[in-house]
Write a protein of this length. Structure first.
Length: 153
């Protein structure tokens, strides 16, 4: 009996993401922890400032406190989102890989626009473009795409 197609070679199932996605995830974790640390420092500085001023702001005291709370919440929220995206891309979620790719393209476009509008190419501009470019490469390697689609590479 003849079969129409030869038997397909089964891919070995992997239990961990490729190194390229591990690097991106580690930087996402570090960035998220940095944002959470900044949020904690803002909260600590605001509480110390409130203790030192002792109500001398008068009617502005409540609005300043609520503004600081909003800033702390935004920084903490961004930090948590970065950590979650890092974990999801490490676990092989393709939507997280695509979202990080889009965010890195936007970051590169922002750096390019800054370099164009200021007509300055400084070391900080080059470093600001290097990380998103590196992450774009790492997120789009064959192993990363395969891990996010088939859980193997």
């Amino acid at each position: 009996m003849a079969y129409a197609y030869p038997p397909q070679q089964a891919y070995a199932m992997r239990s961990t993401a490729p190194a390229s996605l591990h690097v991106v995830a580690i930087f996402q974790y570090l960035g998220g922890l940095l944002m959470l640390g900044i949020a904690a420092l803002f909260a600590l500085a605001a509480s110390e400032m409130t203790k030192q001023l002792g109500g001398r702001l008068g009617t502005y005291d409540a609005s300043v406190t609520s503004a600081v709370a909003v800033v702390v919440a935004v920084f903490a929220g961004i930090g948590l989102i970065a950590i979650i995206l890092g974990r999801k891309v490490q676990r092989g979620r393709n939507w997280a890989r695509i979202l990080l790719t889009v965010l890195n393209v936007l970051s590169l476009a922002s750096v390019a626009w800054q370099a164009y509008s200021t007509s300055l190419l400084t070391v900080s501009t080059i470093v600001s473009a290097a990380f998103p470019a590196l992450f774009l490469i790492l997120l789009n390697t064959r192993a990363a795409r395969s891990w996010c689609h088939h859980r193997t590479y």
